[in-house]
Design a protein around this ligand. Structure first.
Ligand SMILES: [Zn+2]
Length: 119
């Protein structure tokens, strides 16, 4: 009777689920400088300070993306960011660190935990 749904078995691997609608709203607020954005209309990239090409296709390196200053899913077990405007900055696609909550983003130190220096 119970038909196991395998995809539900492991939550470890499933990525964070973000609302596309919410993201679009955030993009609109940042891009157009709507409150509560602290940036103006069509702001420059927060990371490098260069202008963002708001007409560029979304695959262009200079195209507009929103970036979470504090990652929503930190890989280092650190502070967890919020998906709110105060944690979101305008960014070039090429400057956006948040492409990943994956292993590529590791601000922390790598510890060697299996060294047995007491033996
Ligand atoms: Zn940039």
């Amino acid at each position: 009777m119970a038909r196991g749904r395998r995809w539900g078995a492991s939550t470890e691997r499933s990525g964070p689920r973000r609302s596309t609608a919410l993201r679009e709203r955030h993009r609109d607020i940042i891009k157009n400088g709507k409150p509560p954005s602290r940036f103006g209309v069509h702001p420059d990239c927060f990371h490098c300070g260069e202008p963002i090409d708001y007409t560029a296709g979304h695959l262009e390196p200079l195209s507009f993306q929103i970036d979470h200053l504090v990652p929503l899913e930190p890989t280092d077990g650190g502070l967890k960011g919020t998906d709110t405007i105060d944690n979101i900055v305008p960014s070039h696609r090429k400057c956006n660190r948040g492409k990943s909550n994956k292993r590529s983003y590791q601000p922390g130190v790598t510890y060697v935990t299996d060294r047995r220096w007491w033996t």
